[in-house]
Ligand binder design. Structure first.
Ligand code: ZN
Ligand code: ZN
Ligand code: FE
Length: 755
């Protein structure tokens, strides 16, 4: 008995080998009909025995290709039709432009096997890929994603490659970057002056150079890495000096999960994340005797590890046979370098050798960063491997929106219909170079998605470069969005919540509606509106922004505030320099150039400076992070705190915390215990605030957002404390920090302009 079914699959199903995969299953089951790309997904028309059709639907649901993500699968009966075979039909005209460019995919196991197989024609070929793997977003010049509009356009496939490309039974069927040593891109080894060394075996030479403590710039998928031997203090130190990067941890690439386990303690979830097709850098607890140089991540109990994601990495790691530092190819905070003339000019002082190749990178895309919090991954930087994967919206936007993001760790977001697409990590917009890359990236993404924004969303902060960019755009409809409202809305969007919710937003800085700096907030919010219900007692930032780089200033302000201007043994805190301290104290007392800030990150900064004796942050939030990581795993306890209920906004008074903590510090209680108690106290105090807020507004779900929730101890503690009473949502696919606010800006701008 013959039957017909039309199956519609929506999700990330284009450019990820979905159609050939359907083809193979259908053919195996003796099903006839066709599969094609369609607006928003893939449509299958299948004819055959009911049991075979059931089998097809089951297979589609249960084991899609690694990079595919099925959002919905629906089928209906259609009249049975005679068909001779199963075919991959041409795409419907105008189909699926906004879903047509997939994210870059890590090399699949089948391709890895080939490059290590001496009998294979792709043995040691660094540009091997198939429909399940390889570059996508970073080589696309335009949409829909097809070879002629990628940077593979200049390479004409040889006969063997073309045969694979044309054969629906082959796993390279329509693999756009398909290539082999005969017809595809080639490696080139250059010295630091850009001279081609005409090496016969660049990988072997680079491995030897790395073992001899050289710095090598390696062209990857989304840009250049700077690589050094991670086990060599000398090499890592040299890289730090040349890259002008003091202390910020470097990511390390290891050959496989087994090697990773030598360096870090890895749970099952973390192992899966390391091996996922997205291959982010995963922050992991470093083993005490891990065989890497201490300079890789100075004074840091965590280490960022990633596994190879391009054939070149696999080959290089196998050859060099030790962990490699693989850090973004740039100088300090500049954007990652991705094109040759630029790489050679900007990195010539840094790298001894360049491992380059002739497949151009079209769009720069940094490595993504993730960690596991409360048993599941949280993205801290969402870029290569994830971008431009769309985030489905529960409620479609009324008009296309461009959200310009924040200032630091900027990403932008474009939304049209029922999807939002976050752009790649751009970085800190205060640099001209970064700003240029930001504008290019927005232009390109608009083109890829065929999206003309009608609404422009931006941060309320008047001085952000993203704000100026937004105001310069030609579109007439512009919406300024309060920073912490955007944080909450971003969490709403990713969890498909309509609100209202209680949003706990802890971060460093964000412009408040009263012009002051917020960042320790409890809001009741939905995309259309928010109310500020509670905040952290503010601290004065002596010298403004300077206090963020020199947290001893915040520590001093906390002490003066907690002890009414007369703290004990002020000059016994090694972080506070006596001469500058006297002046800053005076400025604080007189209230000169000392704006008050509510940011939770600032509290971490200040206490960390006092207790750990570190006066300066060498990178954004270094001292705050150190204070977080100082906490003893087993330590517990609480300090007293106050809640001021007099105003319309509750205020968490941490002055009692500061006093109790400092008194323990002065009698020699170890920092690890103090930090543990501090975290417990914050968890308890925040849960108390949430309780008071829900007394007023009723029981609502709680979302946790803001950069402070990268802090696993805080996020996990608060989740556990709130969960008996509330449904608690953490960020998962979108960073809790400022890399995620653009999505929230989209939601707010859409909700407030829909009329
Ligand atoms: Zn593959
Ligand atoms: Zn070929
Ligand atoms: Fe923020």
């Amino acid at each position: 008995m013959h039957q017909g079914r039309r199956i519609e699959v929506v999700g990330t199903v284009q450019g990820v080998g979905f159609r050939p995969w359907v083809y193979r299953i259908a053919t195996e089951l003796g099903i006839r009909g066709q599969v094609r790309n369609d607006v928003g997904g893939v449509t299958v028309e299948a004819f055959g025995e009911p049991s075979a059709l059931d089998g097809l639907v089951r297979a589609l649901q249960s084991k899609p290709p690694p990079a595919a993500e099925i959002r919905s699968l629906q089928w209906e009966e259609i009249p049975a039709r005679e068909a001779d075979e199963f075919v991959i039909a041409p795409s419907q005209p105008g189909s699926g432009r906004r879903v047509s460019i997939p994210a870059d995919l890590a090399t699949c196991p089948a391709c890895v096997e080939e490059i290590f197989d001496p009998a294979n024609r792709r043995y040691r070929y660094p540009f091997t890929n198939c429909t399940d793997c390889g570059p996508r977003f970073t080589i696309a010049r335009d949409a829909p994603y097809d070879r002629p509009v990628t940077s593979m356009a200049g390479f004409v496939m040889c006969e063997a490659c073309q045969r694979e490309y044309d054969d629906p039974k082959d796993r390279r069927f329509h693999a756009q970057p398909n290539a082999c040593p005969r017809c595809g891109p080639r490696l080139r080894l250059l010295d630091s002056t850009g001279k081609d060394l005409a090496s016969a075996d660049p990988i072997r030479e680079v491995a030897a150079a790395l073992r001899a403590a050289n710095v090598v710039a390696v062209k990857g998928l989304g840009g250049y890495h700077l690589a050094v031997d991670a086990t060599s203090s000398e090499a890592v130190q040299l890289l730090r000096e040349r890259k002008r990067r003091d202390a910020k941890p470097f990511a390390v690439m290891v050959r496989d999960l087994r090697e990773a386990r030598k360096l870090a303690t890895i749970s099952e979830v973390e192992g899966k994340l390391l091996e996922s097709v997205e291959r982010p850098i995963v922050l992991l607890p470093r083993k005490r005797l891990a065989p890497v140089a201490p300079e890789v991540a100075p004074d840091n109990p965590l280490i960022g590890l990633m596994l190879p994601y391009a054939p070149l990495h696999h080959l290089l790691l196998a050859e060099v046979d030790r962990p490699l530092v693989m850090t973004s190819g740039n100088l300090s905070d500049e954007p990652i370098v991705f094109q040759e003339p630029e790489a050679l000019s900007r990195l010539r002082e840094v790298a001894d050798l360049f491992l380059a190749h002739d497949r151009p990178i079209v769009t720069r895309c940094d490595d993504s960063v993730a960690r596991v919090v409360a048993g599941a991954p949280v993205l801290l930087r969402r870029s290569r491997g994830y971008v431009p994967r769309p985030i489905p919206l529960a409620r479609p936007v009324a008009r296309p929106v461009l959200a310009c993001g924040a200032q630091l760790k900027n990403t932008f977001c474009l939304a049209a219909g029922d999807v939002a697409v976050l752009g790649p990590h751009v970085g800190d917009l205060d640099q001209v170079e970064v700003h240029r890359s930001y504008e290019d990236s927005i232009d390109r993404m608009q083109r890829f998605l065929g999206c003309r924004p009608e609404v422009i969303a931006y941060d309320l902060h008047p001085d952000y470069a993203s704000t100026r960019y937004a105001l310069d755009r030609p579109e007439p409809v512009k919406v300024a969005v309060q920073h912490h409202h955007a944080h909450v809305a971003s969490a709403l969007a990713e969890h498909g919540l309509e609100g209202p919710v209680i949003g706990v937003v802890f971060d460093g800085t964000g412009y408040g509606t009263d012009g002051s700096s917020w960042g320790g907030e409890v809001l009741v919010a939905s995309p259309g509106a928010f109310q500020r219900c509670a905040t952290l007692h503010p601290v004065a930032l002596a010298g403004g922004e300077r206090a963020i780089r020199e947290p001893w200033r915040i520590g001093l302000a906390l002490l003066l505030d907690a002890y009414d201007g007369d703290p004990p043994g002020l000059w016994n805190f090694p972080a506070i320099p006596e001469d500058a301290g006297v002046m800053v104290r005076q400025a604080l007392t007189l209230g000169i150039n000392a704006p008050r800030a509510h940011g939770m990150g600032r509290l971490f900064d200040g206490i960390g400076a006092l207790v750990l004796g570190i006066g300066k942050s060498r990178y954004e939030g270094e001292v705050a992070l150190a204070w977080n990581l100082a906490a003893d795993a087993g330590g517990h306890g609480r300090y007293p705190f106050g809640i001021d209920t007099r105003g319309s906004v509750l205020e968490l008074d941490v002055r009692p915390v500061v006093r109790a903590l400092i008194e323990e510090h002065l009698v020699g209680v170890p920092a690890g215990r103090l930090a543990a108690k501090f975290h417990d106290t914050l968890v308890h105090a925040t849960a108390t605030l949430v309780g008071l807020v829900s007394d007023r507004v009723g029981d609502l779900p709680v979302v946790l957002s803001g950069g402070c929730f990268q802090n696993a101890r805080l996020a996990e503690g608060l989740k556990a404390a709130l969960e008996p009473e509330h449904q608690v949502y953490l960020h998962r696919q979108v960073p809790p920090g400022d890399g995620g606010v653009a999505l929230g800006q989209v939601m707010v701008a859409d909700a407030t302009t829909r009329g």
